[in-house]
Design a protein around this ligand. Sequence first.
Ligand SMILES: [Zn+2]
Ligand SMILES: [Zn+2]
Length: 247
Amino acid sequence: MQLHCLGTSGYHPNEQRHTTCYAVPAAGLVLDAGTGMFRLAPLLQTDRLDILLSHAHLDHVVGLTFLLSVLHQRPVETVRVWGQRSKLQAIREHLFHESLFPVQLDVEWIALEDRVPELLGNGRVRWFPLQHPGGSVGYRIDWPDHSLAYVSDTTGDPIADYVSVIRGVDLLLHECNFRDKQVAWAEKTGHSWTNRVASVAQVAAVGQLALVHLNPLETGEDPVGLDSARAVFPNTVVAADKLVLDF
Ligand SMILES: [Zn+2]
Ligand SMILES: [Zn+2]
């Protein structure tokens, strides 16, 4: 299977990166709906689209308003947006307030508390709470022959409960907004730092780690201090917009 990175930045876009959005086209799956959403249309190949939201911070949801354009370019029969009930309510009341965006989307909004998402290709979804201001959720998705986990946003911790849930996945996408020297900032803002994320991957014994939700102020070639991650978990890559990961 292939995962396309449509947006790999946290907070705001920069010249190289849009905000958080990932697609698994074969399963009609999108993880989070940041500004990278505008890139989705040419990748669509199914008649159903399932969008799993981690939380409602703007860098993860503003791209929902781009769906009009995406679905105009490539219509899809059914679009379902999944998230925690309180987050979906906030999005519908505020992001889709008529003063902010004048058109209602033709999508189904489904609370995770009401129903477990089932994905195309027999994808089984498990979601779990994450520590983050206002709360966030992560996802583990198992298809018969492939698995991935998406953990964003949170302060990564190898002894947190979620680590046992993501154990052994083929591909872990984990946020890494800060470098090791910025631990204080990471803890203050509810985000992760490089070395810690690598420890999570090591303890969870995942196949591959992709660092996502990168700091938009890091515009150089090495936005996280990758050596620090690889010293702990060698099979680590830094995600980039338009990167395609096989898993
Ligand atoms: Zn974020
Ligand atoms: Zn957030």
